[in-house]
Design a protein around this ligand. Structure first.
Ligand code: HEC
Length: 225
């Protein structure tokens, strides 16, 4: 990622500062999950969905996996897995979905619960070690270049904090943690002209650019236009 304007502030540290040690311990904890889940290179869906890149991924979005209705409802309402949310989810998946959806009849398809909070932290550090891109900041938003070419992107908060970067395919640019309710992401033709496409992105989510066309005719992940 080539950053043009150095407005890059380090993401506020969460309690999830993954150390090599917690990743190592998480590998051991993951044996509990491995009965149903795979992660990493060559992983596929089993009893549970594959967990590669799950941090920062939309809930219920692993391709080809047959999710519960409750998980699909969480997906429809825009749930993105942050480390904090996975931490709550794996302690009690059904309770998590009931609270999140505000629906006492919600049911998770995952029957396993991991109670110990250190184990949960470690296994999340392990999962996060597989992600190919950074997670969406809790109070921020991201743009992901899901096209097959490098483009110039910007994101801008309502307060006017702006970041501009050239992203290779698969890279993402996230805002830092702000109080913004939502933000604007753009893709530009070039740094001089500033012609391109823009979109409003809710906080806590990532928008994907699927295809860059001419002005305002880009294809985005959330809605096609
Ligand atoms: C007995 C099988 C089983 C075990 C063991 C299990 N899971 Fe799951 N997991 C599932 C299933 C099934 C789902 C899909 C849930 C749904 O559709 O409601 C799931 C979903 C998930 C999700 C959400 C993924 C997505 O795509 O939205 C995460 C995160 C997750 N599991 C993490 C874990 C972790 C971490 C462990 C180990 C501590 C674990 N699971 C252990 C079966 C399991």
């Amino acid at each position: 990622m080539r950053t043009f304007i150095l407005a890059v502030v380090a993401l506020a540290a969460t309690s999830f500062s993954a150390t090599a040690q917690s990743v190592d311990q998480g590998r051991t904890v993951f044996r509990n999950c491995a009965a149903c889940h795979q992660v990493g290179e060559g992983a596929s869906n089993r009893t549970g969905p594959l967990l590669t890149d799950v941090v920062g991924r939309a809930a219920g979005s692993a391709e080809g996996f047959n999710y519960s209705d409750s998980m699909l409802a969480a997906n429809a309402s825009g749930l993105i897995w942050t480390e904090e949310l996975i931490f709550d989810y794996i302690a009690d998946p059904t309770a998590f979905l009931r609270t999140y959806l505000g629906d006492d009849n919600a049911r998770a398809k995952m029957t396993f619960r991991l109670k110990d909070s250190d184990d949960r932290r470690d296994v999340i550090a392990y999962l996060a070690s597989f992600r190919t891109a950074a997670a969406v900041p809790e109070a921020g938003f991201c743009i992901v270049n899901a096209t097959d070419r490098t483009h110039l992107f910007a994101n801008e908060t309502r307060e006017g904090a702006r970041r501009l970067a050239e992203l290779a395919p698969g890279e993402r640019l996230c805002s830092d943690q702000t109080q913004a309710e939502d933000g604007i992401v753009s893709v530009f033709e070039d740094a001089e002209g500033f012609e391109g496409c823009s979109r409003i992105v809710p906080v806590g989510t990532a928008e994907e650019l699927l295809d860059y066309a001419e002005f305002d005719r880009c294809r985005w992940g959330s809605h096609n236009s």
